[in-house]
Design a binder for this molecule. Structure first.
Ligand code: SF4
Length: 108
């Protein structure tokens, strides 16, 4: 399997997000594969607001401290999948509500 972004993205059906997943999971690179969960959480919380995945990715790469970059995308995905859900975010059970831009607006 290629280890560079360019080589990965040259493969059929492989875009930036998939290349980021491979670089992160297979090779331990500090990449941020912005999927629907990360995109939503980043915008809702104000952590890294953006109009498209690349904008969110770029901001997350600047915002997340280097020591956490390898694992951050897993944590954000899990948070979006199980707590900050698309339709019914569980704000009353959320461990980061105090730092979330949307918690007061959602009234939870
Ligand atoms: S407080 Fe609510 S909107 Fe904010 S991150 Fe937590 S679950 Fe998501």
């Amino acid at each position: 399997m290629p280890r560079s972004r360019e080589a990965l993205e040259a493969l059929p059906g492989v875009g930036r997000k998939t290349a980021n997943v491979v670089l992160n999971v297979a090779f331990g690179e500090p990449t941020m594969a912005v999927d629907t969960h990360i995109f939503r959480v980043s915008n809702r919380t104000g952590l890294a607001p953006g109009r498209n995945p690349l904008e969110v990715e770029t901001k997350l790469m600047k915002r997340v401290p280097p020591a956490y970059l390898v694992d951050a995308h897993h944590w954000l995905i899990l948070h979006g999948r199980y707590v900050c859900k698309a339709r019914q975010p569980l704000c009353t059970q959320c461990g980061v509500a105090a730092w979330c831009d949307s918690a007061p607006r959602l009234g939870r």
